[in-house]
Unconditional design. Structure first.
Length: 457
């Protein structure tokens, strides 16, 4: 039995972004671990030059993917994250970030517009808009570096009955993915497995772009009935997906299997920026700024601390990440408040070297997200020897275990005293930090791969 892993969306992301996102890093690490454990019967595939062909999957040499990933990570490490705080309000991302235009996001925005307009424009015109968006994406794909189109062996010629086709990423932008899976199951007699990262667009659509909601629901309603095996990145996600399957009556009786995620992405082994990025004491929040991540709660907490405490006793709050969607009001509020006179700072798009430095120099980290599929920043913080105050919701307590401390992300009256106590109890924080450093046990990515291989076998 051969395991065929679809890495098309991983390659697409690597070729059109300045650095991989969380899902792409998870996919890369699991793929690398699968290859390490079973190099003889794990193969990787992507779509051929004609991305519109649902049968066009071809093999990819994994070493070339690793080389591309390393080149991108080394390149992103050379760039500098931009800084934002009181008195410094850039109106656009850095030039080097703009140059790597996110083609997928551009397409999804166009598709979002088209899907929303379907309710008010003639059906034919709506479909024309969708077709135009997909055609534009295919044009961009044809402009990719030629190395991506080195044609490997056709999946149709190499796969055998009983083989498994595994999707680890998020290929929702492929309108013909259902056709591909049906072809593999019906004609090639392969089994199909997929990894679910979360159900945010379904469970909390208020935190998502409308186009993403429609695309996500439509794609999953068509794909899930075809799945012979479904994996999830946490017990919480597994329960959520299992409930969703029953609620939607998708016609499958598959039991969702949890795959333990590895710890971080090798940040502890990355080079560290030589100079401090923030020189005063600070608390770190690593995340894209978006509504779901709940930055607004911390804005309120820090404003209250500044009202009740001397400013010199209130550490700086550092947001590290990028600006996402549905936060224009929050960003305007922060600017109107002059980022609480510099007590809140925003490090945009930090490199791995800068991120490692931020972890090394912070007092502790905080993660107040409303909803997560896992909670990678929590385990990353612990792996870097830094305690984490985190939300008690969804999968986050799984990620943080007994070494993190938790609060209700909807309740400022619960979050505020816990955060303030952690800041003021310096001896307690020191003891907690030592406990994290001595007791945290990282999970290797090979454990993720083993869980998948065990179930498939």
């Amino acid at each position: 039995m051969t395991l065929w892993v679809d890495i098309d969306d991983l390659l697409f992301h690597l070729l059109h972004h300045s650095r991989p996102s969380g899902i792409q890093r998870v996919v890369f690490e699991i793929c690398a671990a699968l290859r390490e454990l079973r190099s003889h019967d794990v193969q990787f595939v992507r779509r051929g030059a004609d991305s519109a062909d649902p049968r066009g999957f071809r093999t990819v040499d994994w070493s070339s993917v690793e080389t591309l990933f390393r080149q991108i990570m080394e390149g992103s490490s050379a760039s500098k994250g931009s800084f934002r705080s009181a008195g410094s309000f850039p109106v656009a991302p850095p030039i080097d970030k703009v140059a790597s235009q996110d083609v997928l996001s551009t397409f999804l925005q166009a598709e979002s517009w088209a899907l929303k307009e379907l309710v008010t424009v003639p059906r034919a015109l709506g479909h024309f808009a969708l077709d135009l968006g997909r055609a534009k994406m295919q044009e961009r794909q044809q402009e990719k570096p030629s190395a991506q189109y080195d044609e490997g062996t056709k999946l149709a010629d190499a796969a055998q009955p009983g083989d498994v086709f595994l999707t680890l990423g998020a290929p929702w932008h492929h309108a013909n993915y259902v056709q591909s899976i049906r072809w593999m199951r019906d004609e090639l007699r392969m089994s199909f497995g997929m990894l679910m990262h979360d159900l945010v667009p379904v469970r909390h659509p208020e935190w998502c772009d409308r186009g993403i909601i429609i695309t996500f629901k439509a794609w999953h309603s068509a794909i899930l009935p075809l799945a012979d095996m479904i994996f999830a990145n946490s017990d919480a996600t597994a329960r959520d997906v299992q409930s969703y399957l029953a609620e939607q009556d998708v016609g499958t009786h598959v039991t969702v299997q949890t795959v333990p995620l590895g710890t971080g992405f090798g940040l502890a082994d990355a080079p560290m920026a030589p100079e401090p990025i923030v020189r005063e004491p600070y608390v770190l929040f690593v995340s894209t700024i978006e509504a779901r991540k709940n930055h607004a709660l911390l804005f309120r907490v820090w404003r209250r601390m500044l009202e009740e405490m001397s400013a010199e006793n209130v550490p700086t709050l550092v947001f590290a990440g990028r600006e996402g969607w549905l936060v224009s009001d929050l960003m305007q509020q922060l600017e109107n408040a002059e980022w609480l006179d510099g007590k809140i700072r925003f490090i945009q798009n930090p490199t791995d070297a800068e991120l490692r430095r931020l972890y090394a120099d912070c007092s502790f980290t905080i993660f107040p997200s409303f909803f997560e599929g896992w909670g990678l920043p929590v385990t990353e913080s612990l792996s870097m020897g830094r305690p984490c105050l985190a939300s008690e919701t969804t999968s986050i307590p799984e990620a943080g275990g007994q070494l993190s401390r938790y609060f209700n992300p909807d309740n400022i009256n619960e979050a505020y005293p816990l955060i303030r106590k952690t800041i003021e109890d310096t001896e307690g924080l020191k003891a907690w930090t030592e406990q994290v450093r001595s007791e945290f046990q990282p999970v290797p990515w090979t454990e993720s791969a083993k869980a998948i291989l065990k179930f498939i076998s």
